[in-house]
Design a protein around this ligand. Structure first.
Ligand SMILES: [Zn+2]
Length: 229
């Protein structure tokens, strides 16, 4: 194996990340594992907020419906961390493949309708410079129909503090008016996408701004929900 082939194999291993079966180029998870994946939404509900346990944990005031692949637990929690903090790009390919499959199944439901626009939660400019690009955008862009994507719909207004170390009340305060809306969203259905929903304060604050700008409905789509312990 030459150095280039070795580097490629390290960057994009040629086997399924769940069952280790050899795979063709471009795949990181086999079709069997994709089909067998049972996450949080095994019953394939159009809206996880219809579940009492989830509604109780996430008091989202401005979000009309919620989708997630799983709770924040392995393997997805590990994959997200390795993608975001260790630049293991092949984890993104696997996560996007699971998202693609999940939303294709949702789209087959009789009452499902796609939103008019999908908007990522923007990073604060300082964090964007630090990480180089908004990884969450890539994760979702590879998974959803491209024309829906409105990457710059929302912008951060000012350097909001990092949410990680704040409690729920502090997060809400930190996020009041954190976002501004940069398109005409009147009467549109918008889906906000993010990687992890912890308290939901960030997504709720963005949804509030979108509603104030006239959006008809705002959904939140995330990879994982953090369960309250
Ligand atoms: Zn597999």
């Amino acid at each position: 194996m030459d150095a280039f082939t070795k580097a490629c194999a390290w960057l994009f291993p040629q086997y399924c990340q769940l069952c280790a079966q050899p795979l063709g180029a471009g795949q990181q998870i086999c079709s069997h594992c994709i089909n067998a994946f049972v996450g949080i939404n095994a019953a394939l509900q159009e809206d996880l907020l219809l579940r009492a346990d989830i509604q109780r944990q996430f008091p989202l005031r401005h979000i009309d419906s919620l989708q997630a692949l799983d709770w924040y637990r392995p393997p997805l929690s590990t994959w997200l961390k390795q993608y975001k903090y260790q630049q293991r790009m092949y984890r993104q390919v696997a996560l996007s493949a699971l998202l693609t499959h999940h939303f294709a199944r949702l789209a087959s439901l009789p009452d499902w309708h796609w939103p008019h626009l999908v908007a990522p939660i923007p990073l604060a400019p300082s964090r964007l410079i630090w990480r180089g690009f908004n990884q969450v955008v890539r994760l979702w862009q590879d998974a959803l129909p491209q024309p829906l994507f409105a990457a710059n719909l929302l912008r951060r207004r000012h350097g909001t503090r990092t949410q990680a170390k704040l409690n729920a009340r502090q997060r809400r305060k930190n996020l009041a008016h954190a976002f501004s809306v940069h398109a005409d969203v009147r009467n549109l259905d918008i889906a906000l996408v993010d990687d992890v929903l912890t308290t939901g304060a960030t997504l709720d604050s963005a949804a509030k701004q979108l509603k104030a700008a006239g959006a008809r409905s705002v959904s939140a789509w995330v990879v994982c929900l953090t369960a309250k312990t």
